[in-house]
Ligand binder design. Sequence first.
Ligand SMILES: [Zn+2]
Length: 345
Amino acid sequence: MRALTISKNGGTEQIEVRNDLPMPDLRGPGDVRVRVSAAALNHLDLFVIGGLPGVKLAAPFILGSDACGVIDAVGDDVKHVTVGDYVILNPGISDGTCEYCLDGEQPLCPRYRILGEHVPGTMAEYVVLPGKNAHTIPRSVSSEQAAAFPLATLTAWRMLVSRARVKPGEDVLIWGIGGGVALAALQICKNIGARVWVVSSSDPKLERAAAMGADELLNRNLVDVAKVIREKTAKRGMDVVVDNVGQATWSQSLLALGRRGRLVTCGGTSGPTVETDVRRLFWNQWSLLGSTMGNDAEFEAITNELRAGRLLPPVDSVFSLDDGRLAFERLEKGEQFGKVVVRIS
Ligand SMILES: [Zn+2]
């Protein structure tokens, strides 16, 4: 079968199209095999290509955490999907037996694994995974949008709905509008009825965010983000800040954060170590919230949003499997607005 793989850690030059990989078999009665229609890229893929601490590369390793496709084979224990069903995939795989899984918090599972990070990924003609990770969706959702949906939307949903608990009328600041998680966060916040402030260094990206409902646009190259926010809110500040940039934006995020504000993060693309003045933390009664991926109930919730057409991810560009490396180069440059997709079959 064909797949987009790496055999060594490094840069995007390590990406190669393979035509000679064996078709994967079901490993147990709970598994399904999916014939992949399209797969989408995430920033996580760039970290995987670069090499992650504690993750040993099994070459050739298939990239990709997001996909949609058609069920091709089902194990005997799988009842909720059948051959021919159109599905999206929950990229997070948990053991189902530990205290966190039993509590419904799968991303905290000590044996949590992610497609394309710890186990072979989705940028292949076929992928095998636990049947419970496959969720049926209507054929009316395009394969590009379906593939673009799971990881970013799941991550944003947990951040905004479960962790920060955004309420109607609240002010939310989102850094780096254009990325998949940031755009999903914007859509989720607008659906809740929040007022959303978005930041980018690109005016075209800010204009496109405005077309999606963003209320206030801040070009970080032209204005002091925290200063403008304090001026425009009469010093009140934000109720919620979404900061996945880390080192480069943390101090601005805290300056923009109002009393009882919640800062929620799922990553730090500019660097991992940040500084927080503990006096301001307790005096303002802030909550600093970490979040990663999402649990099974949250995946079901976002799938229902997709089925109802309430959340549909913007797609930036679509590449063929043969041009897969170009897709990663586009993501690496950070020029995209929305998800970068690879069409598989
Ligand atoms: Zn577990």
